[in-house]
Every structure is written in C-alpha cells, then in structure tokens.
Design a protein around this ligand. Structure first.
Ligand code: AMP
Ligand code: MG
Length: 334
C-alpha cells in the first residue's frame, strides 16, 4: 500500500496502490471537464509510451465531449435542442444510447437517460442548487420516460419529444475510458490503468509483474481513507457512484446528484456503490443505477448477473457485497 498514484488534490478518486515501478509512465490531464489519468507499466520495444498516452487522451477527449451534456456542441445537446425532430448522431453516440437503453432494462428503469429535466430542476447543471417544490418535481417527472427515446438504427438518428432532455452523463466517464483503452490495446500496451473522472477505472492487462491491480475504495465519509481494496484483472472495469462526489446540503440534509426516476429525489439508501465488470460503460451505468435501489434489492438483482461484482457502503455506514465480490475484496480496518 506504499504508493498512491492518484493525485490527492482530486478528492473522491479511487486509488490504485501497489509497489513502486521504475519502469512506468503516468500522465494526468483534464479532458471534457474531467480529471483523467493513464499509467502504463509495460510497452513493446520501440513504442513511446508518452506518445501513446497523448493519443489515448485525444480519443478520450473526443469521446467524452461528444456525449457530454456540459459540452454545448455535443451530440446529446444537439438532440436536446432539436425540439422533437430526429437528429443524426455519430456512431459512438448511437452506440452509447443503445447501451443506455440496455442498462435501463437491466435495472428496471432505475437508470433513465431522460432524467435531464429533473437533474436541471435540482440545479446540478448550473451549480445553482435548490430543493424543488413537489409540484415542480411532478411536472419534471412527467417529462422523464426512457421508453420515449426513438433510435433509428438504419438512419442512425435519435429523437426525443420536444419537452424531454437526454442526459448520459452517468456513462460519459466510462465511455471515454473505453475509448482510451481501445487505443492502448491497439498500440500494443500490455499493462496499463486508466482513471476517468473520480469514478471509472479500466485495466488493460494485469498490473505490474502480472499481479492483479489493487484499487482502494474511498470511504464516502472520510475521503482520504480507503475502506476496502478490490482486485481488478485484465480488461476489467470498476466504477463507483456515491453521494459524496457531487452534492449540496440544505437544512443539514445532503442532496446528491443521482436521482431516483420514480420519485425525482436523491435516494438515501447508500453512501456509495462500486461495480466491477468487463464492460466499462455497463460498469459506469450500473453504479449510477444501482445507487438508486435498496442494498438488498441490489444484491438480489446482481445474483442474476454473473460477471458483475458490487460492494456498497450503506446509508448506515455498513459494507455489503455480493458473492461474486468474495475473494477479490479485502476490507481495510479503520
Ligand atoms: P455518475 O457520477 O456516473 O454516477 O453519474 C451521475 C450523473 O448521471 C448525474 O450527474 C446525472 O447527470 C445523471 N443521472 C442522475 N440520476 C440518474 C439516473 N437515475 N439515471 C441515469 N442518469 C442519472
Ligand atoms: Mg455512472
């Protein structure tokens, strides 16, 4: 546990810790308004790891910004501005929206990529946070319905009714990490770890000396402490969602940026959830969606998902994890 490779200034980031490597290259950047890091531990002879990282950053930047609700020129904002008309989108955006529908299906609608009007109401886009009145929430919820997204695969167009608003922010970091990893693999990199935002990690190959990567999960209420270490292997992704990354408090109550599409309110059953699974976009989407559900329901649901492992810190501060997580998680005593 000697080496923390993630910058401490970036609070909320899950850490990788392992032995110091003389032969490794780590670069940080801020892309699509998000802190990202790539560390490469093994590369083929003749390959310049710094150049590969810089190219991977370029891929991550274009992938992240094309779907970001915070980028005015993104495909997602083009659909939102189109007032109910069909909009042609990039292959990447179309793929991501298909994934979004898949995650909505997997989670019984806890994931909803049309949650935009409710996120807006709580001020999470502008930073002008407020607790909305019940009738405002009701009105915004009437404009949230994943089933009203129309995807035309042949024309590669997207349409949502004019009063609705797409938001796939919950997938953007994982999607960018996926693009970065594809570039690393294509460049022959055999051991690397990508950190995208404060929450999405992707392993390319195993860690140094062929061992698993060990990732520290930050304690949601003591953010310089880790409460557990989780192993990641070649190709696996890890994503954490929680109520400590983006939130505001009013009258002593915490209101976090993940909202329950049933109620329009931030759920209060956990402090954080971490998902490990091969697909980086699914990891990112599942962590957001499962955060909405009750811990027992999460455990029941993931029983049907053999390649998904989850660990949660419940609202009461208790750690719970599913049977798939056994053997890859180690709790850290405080
Ligand atoms: P993440 O940090 O990956 O958990 O994603 C959180 C972001 O996803 C929020 O800032 C919202 O933009 C969006 N979001 C919030 N609630 C939901 C939800 N229930 N389903 C899909 N996206 C959501
Ligand atoms: Mg997410």
């Amino acid at each position: 546990m000697a080496l923390v490779l993630c910058t401490l200034a970036v609070s909320g980031c899950d850490y990788f810790f392992g032995p110091a490597q003389e032969e490794s290259v780590t670069e940080d950047a801020v892309l699509f308004s998000t802190f990202v890091q790539i560390q490469i531990h093994e590369w083929p002879q003749g390959t310049d790891p710094e150049k590969v990282i810089s190219e991977a950053f370029t891929e991550m930047e274009s992938t992240g910004s094309i779907v970001s609700v915070y980028d005015e020129n993104s495909d997602i904002n083009a659909v939102n501005r189109a007032a109910g008309e069909s909009v042609a989108v990039s292959e990447e955006t179309f793929y991501l929206l298909q994934k979004a529908l898949e995650i909505a299906e997997m989670t019984g609608g806890a994931f909803d990529p049309t949650i935009g009007p409710v996120v807006d109401l709580w001020g999470f886009y502008t930073g002008e946070h407020r607790v909305p009145a019940d009738d405002e929430i009701e009105e915004a919820l009437a404009r949230v319905d994943v089933n009203r997204i129309e995807l035309d695969e042949d024309a590669r167009t997207v349409r949502v009714p004019g009063d609705m608003r797409l938001d796939v922010e919950a997938l953007a970091k994982g999607f960018a990490a996926r693009a970065g990893a594809e570039h690393l693999v294509k460049s022959g990199i055999t051991s690397a770890l990508i950190t995208s935002g404060q929450s999405s990690l992707k392993a390319v190959g195993d860690g140094p000396e062929g061992r698993a990567w060990r990732v520290g999960l930050l304690h949601p209420r003591a953010e310089q402490d880790v409460y557990a270490a989780v192993e990641l292997r070649d190709g696996e992704s890890l994503s954490t969602s929680g109520d400590y990354q983006r939130y505001f408090t009013e009258d002593g109550k915490r209101y976090a940026h993940i909202l329950d599409p049933e109620t329009g309110y931030p759920p209060r059953t956990m402090q954080s959830i971490t998902v490990v699974t091969p697909d980086t976009v699914i990891a990112d989407g599942l962590s957001t969606a499962l955060f909405v559900l009750k811990p027992e329901e999460v455990l029941n649901r993931v029983e049907q998902m053999p390649d998904v492992s989850v660990a949660m810190m419940t609202a009461e501060g208790r750690v719970k994890y599913c049977s798939q997580m056994e053997g890859r998680i180690e709790l850290v005593d405080d």
